[in-house]
Design a protein around this ligand. Structure first.
Ligand SMILES: NC(=O)C1=CN([C@@H]2O[C@H](COP(=O)(O)OP(=O)(O)OC[C@H]3O[C@@H](n4cnc5c(N)ncnc54)[C@H](OP(=O)(O)O)[C@@H]3O)[C@@H](O)[C@H]2O)C=CC1
Ligand SMILES: CC(C)=CCC[C@@H](C)[C@H]1CC[C@H]2C3=C(CC[C@]12C)[C@@]1(C)CCC(=O)[C@@H](C)[C@@H]1CC3
Length: 345
């Protein structure tokens, strides 16, 4: 049977490299590229078809940062497919990043240097904003839109006699200290990216607890440091050109500098081959690349707490009811307004 695979944020970087790798691994795979920009999605499909001319590749419009777009896309998925085998929750943003160069310079001469380069701990902050749905944009895109998609797709994802794998592209930048149950959207802090990725680690654990018995399994991965639009956006392009030789040099010492999207997609494509029941729900699967350029996947235990993951899950369910209620009210207001206009015409 052909495997049905949906990838969010599939038009560039790690998502696109994953699609390429999946088609090379299994030419029968039925791919759905879920993207917010259809022009970029078309370009990605053409690029994939150039090397896999017989591939089955469909496109789907999905802006994970917009609640209405998520609901619409979920309806479309339910109409198109009666099952999904893999759902890669990969789309993500890191808006307005700022590098703390003083901390970087200090870190270079400390014993912590490898850890600093692997996780960017203490180096990066971002400036978030409120989106059109009234949610913090990083939280909405990296976490909540994906959560709502999973919730909407439960009838397709949770089916007897069939297993589905959810795979989150998390990060080694995910840190417990950046996340708070009192502020899950990270209104107050300056590390919304780290907070959203830690939240995805917690959520994956909760999804396993609630849905494994229904055949739904969730895992998280870290692709390492990969040169993609997201990373290029952190510093001006001339800086990257200047330090690229240094980046390749660092790669000899740290296996987390996977650098190319192909290498970064290692853990994602490795998980495609695993039996979901054999995976560890408390592990993050890291894409790693040795100094000689060999790729491998390594599970590393995450710093997670069951109660915290359950509390986050509960809060997400509450937020879901709240936003659904708000959307319904807005639709009713709109309908009433239209009726009023029709009557006065
Ligand atoms: N690069 C790295 O070093 C690391 C990346 N990651 C994670 O990997 C994932 C992929 O990022 P990466 O490939 O690096 O970066 P890219 O910017 O190349 O890819 C991000 C993808 O997500 C899409 N996207 C962003 N916002 C939305 C949205 N609202 N709705 C739908 N799609 C959206 C982008 O689409 P568009 O082209 O329209 O912007 C793009 O296709 C992210 O989750 C990121 O956090 C994790 C650790 C390290
Ligand atoms: C190499 C030199 C001399 C300078 C580059 C410094 C930083 C720009 C760089 C160091 C560690 C990097 C890093 C990321 C971004 C760029 C760095 C901060 C990430 C945060 C990118 C996205 C992720 O999710 C993380 C896994 C990356 C961790 C390391």
């Amino acid at each position: 049977m052909h495997k049905v695979v949906l990838v969010t944020g599939a038009n560039s970087g790690i998502g696109l490299a994953l699609c390429e790798r999946l088609l090379s691994q299994n030419s029968q795979v039925q791919l759905c590229l879920a993207c917010r920009n259809m022009q970029r999605a078309e370009a990605a499909r053409s690029a994939l078809l150039a090397s896999h001319s017989d591939a089955q590749i469909e496109l789907l419009r999905l802006d994970v940062g917009s609640l209405r777009s998520v609901l619409k896309a979920a309806e479309e998925i339910k109409q198109r497919y009666n099952r999904l085998d893999y759902l890669y929750l990969n789309a993500g943003i890191m808006p307005n990043p700022q590098v703390d160069f003083k901390a970087l310079f200090k870190g270079l001469f400390s014993s912590n240097v490898i850890h600093m380069f692997a996780t960017a701990e203490g180096l990066l902050t971002q400036q978030d904003r409120v989106n059109a749905d009234g949610l913090q944009e990083v939280f909405a895109t990296n976490l909540f839109g994906h959560f709502l998609l999973v919730r909407e797709l439960e009838p397709v994802l949770c089916q007897p006699e069939h297993t589905t794998q959810l795979i989150w592209t998390s990060s080694s930048n995910a840190r417990r200290s950046a996340f708070s149950l009192e502020d899950i959207q990270h209104h107050k802090g300056v590390e919304p990216y780290s907070s959203s990725k830690y939240a995805s680690d917690l959520l994956s654990l909760a999804l396993n607890r609630h849905h494994n018995s229904q055949g739904l399994f969730s895992s998280v991965i870290c692709p390492g440091l990969v040169m993609t639009n997201l990373t290029y956006g952190i510093l001006p392009s001339f800086f990257w050109t200047l330090i690229m030789p240094v980046m390749w040099l660092i790669r000899v010492f740290t296996n987390t500098f996977t650098l190319t999207p192909y290498n970064g997609a290692e853990a994602l494509s490795w998980l495609f081959l695993q039996r979901p029941e054999s995976l560890d729900p408390r592990a993050k699967y890291h894409s790693l690349t040795s100094g000689l350029g060999n790729n491998y996947t390594q599970p590393r235990k995450m710093d997670l707490d069951e109660d915290m993951s359950e509390a986050l899950y509960e809060q997400l369910l509450q937020l879901e009811s709240k936003v659904r209620k708000k959307m319904k009210e807005e639709e009713e207001d709109l309908r009433a307004h239209k009726e009023y206009l029709d009557q006065t015409e």
